[in-house]
Design a protein around this ligand. Structure first.
Ligand code: SF4
Length: 265
């Protein structure tokens, strides 16, 4: 069984508890306006040409984005840091892109980690076919679950897909008793209006006692250059990055609901 990944980040500390290895799978069915990983969108390995300037001269550098790996090769990589996982309560996080875009590889890789006794987290948009979720869920200890907009029409507009499946899958995962951390990217002008924040409060109320953790992710525009490199339109022109301090009032608002809130991943 092989899959296509575009990065493996060792010693990650923002993608779940403890020290982790985060594996980034290629492919995503969404097209979020603010996506900071445009290199993740296509499922296949890509060849791109990057222009670099050095000593006043311009060079074209060819670059390969992504590589095919087998589950066994991946396990060799992630098991190098077993000692750190054990010491810190860490483990392995599968991210993307949308990791469920490669459901069989994700199922095999999460099972291999689970069989090794590693803590497994999956960072997902929730836009996942139910049968794919069922294949993987028993191997997962923690879902880092994106909520991007609770108004379906706006969700479609900003991400290209409906949020119905996202919300149905959230209900299913919580029913199965899995730990879920909601990740909410705060995007100025797109999903920070008061009706939207109220809707997020209501979602947390509905799942009170089962959904206790919220991560607020401040928008940043550092990926702008990548859009040029991948010849993709950048829709966030004119939107300034947010700082952690900008999100403190929001944090206070959600803490009042009895939810544990963190700014950043
Ligand atoms: S779900 Fe994530 S990877 Fe996919 S387009 Fe949205 S932000 Fe990018």
């Amino acid at each position: 069984m092989t899959g296509v990944i575009f990065d493996v980040k060792r010693y990650a500390v923002h993608d779940g508890p403890g020290i982790r290895t985060t594996v980034f799978l290629k492919g995503c069915p969404l097209r979020c306006w603010w996506c900071h990983n445009p290199e993740s969108l296509k499922k296949s390995v890509q060849d791109i040409t990057r222009t670099v300037k050095l000593d006043g001269k311009t060079f074209d550098v060819k670059e390969k984005i992504g590589r095919e790996v087998s589950v066994e090769e991946l396990m060799t990589e992630v098991l190098r840091d077993s000692m750190f996982y054990e010491e810190s309560g860490g483990g392995v996080t599968f991210s993307g892109g949308e990791p469920f875009m490669q459901p069989d590889f994700l199922a095999a890789a999460t099972k291999a980690c689970h069989d090794q006794g590693l803590h497994v987290a999956v960072d997902t948009s929730g836009f996942v076919a139910h049968e794919h979720l069922v294949k993987v869920i028993d191997n997962v200890d923690l879902f880092l679950y994106d909520i991007k907009h609770l108004n379906d029409e706006k969700h479609r507009n900003y991400t290209g897909v409906s949020n119905k499946q996202v919300l149905d899958n959230l209900a299913f995962i919580l029913e199965k008793g899995k730990r879920v951390i909601i990740r909410y990217p705060v995007i100025p002008g797109l999903n920070d209006e008061s009706s939207q924040l109220k809707a997020l409060e209501m979602l947390l109320e509905v799942y009170r006692g089962r959904l206790n953790e919220l991560h607020l992710l401040p928008y940043h525009n550092i990926a702008r250059g990548k859009y040029e490199r991948f010849d993709l339109p950048f829709k966030m022109d004119g939107t300034a990055s947010l700082s952690k301090a900008d999100l403190e009032p929001l944090k206070e608002r959600f803490i009042k609901l009895g939810v544990e809130v963190k700014i950043g991943g």
